[in-house]
Design a protein around this ligand. Structure first.
Ligand SMILES: Cc1cc2nc3c(=O)[nH]c(=O)nc-3n(C[C@H](O)[C@H](O)[C@H](O)COP(=O)(O)O)c2cc1C
Length: 173
């Protein structure tokens, strides 16, 4: 017998990413995102779904750029901080002490502690219910050399999507 479930429950576990946005010289922000995936090889495209009212959506709409930073599981505390606080209220770079560094081709900062990053220019925004689905063309991608060469092993940050944040209509009784 099968019983009714929250549809998201069986999409888990998901990888966690830290998306940076804004301008390194001005206001910048970090958001924890799991709704993030490649959607084309040529051109190289990534899609990420971000709450329409979130500070990150506003910054990405303003600058048309974002960076997908890839954290290892050691950054769990910082991921959760960035996933439960809004850039409208706090400076997440300051509060997490994550290091802001310049990217190569966009004004958005990278997070130095992450093992890899993809610089993206927004090519499309699709409104998908409560989210903006930003499609970004990857114009630069870099990763720590020792990881690329297989000299250091890491575990990616992944896990259950926090129910507190993502209870859908299916489990709201
Ligand atoms: C592990 C994790 C994954 C998350 N994934 C997403 C996501 O894919 N899309 C989204 O809109 N919010 C996601 N969130 C929630 C946002 O990170 C959160 O609402 C954040 O406070 C928004 O920040 P901002 O207002 O600074 O943009 C996630 C939270 C956590 C903890």
């Amino acid at each position: 017998m099968k019983i009714e479930v929250d549809y998201l429950e069986f999409m888990w576990p998901m990888r966690h990413f830290l998306i940076t946005c804004g301008d390194i010289e001005g206001k910048s922000n970090i958001i924890a995102v799991s709704f993030c995936m490649p959607v084309a090889k040529e051109p190289p495209l990534i899609a990420c779904a971000i709450g329409k009212d979130f500070y990150s959506s506003k910054l990405i709409e303003d600058t048309k750029e974002f960076i997908v930073n890839v954290p290892s599981k050691e950054l769990k505390k910082e991921i959760y901080y960035c996933g439960f606080h809004s850039g409208y209220q706090v400076d997440k770079f300051k509060e997490t002490a994550l290091t802001k560094k310049p990217a190569v081709k966009v004004k958005v900062p990278i997070i130095d502690e992450c093992i890899a990053y993809m610089e993206c220019k927004v090519t499309q925004k699709i409104i998908t219910g409560d989210k903006n689905l930003f499609i970004g063309e990857v114009i630069e991608a870099k990763a720590d050399e020792d990881i690329v060469k297989g000299e250091r092993k890491i575990e990616y940050a992944k896990g259950d999507f926090p129910r507190k944040v993502y209870a859908t209509r299916f489990n709201k009784k």
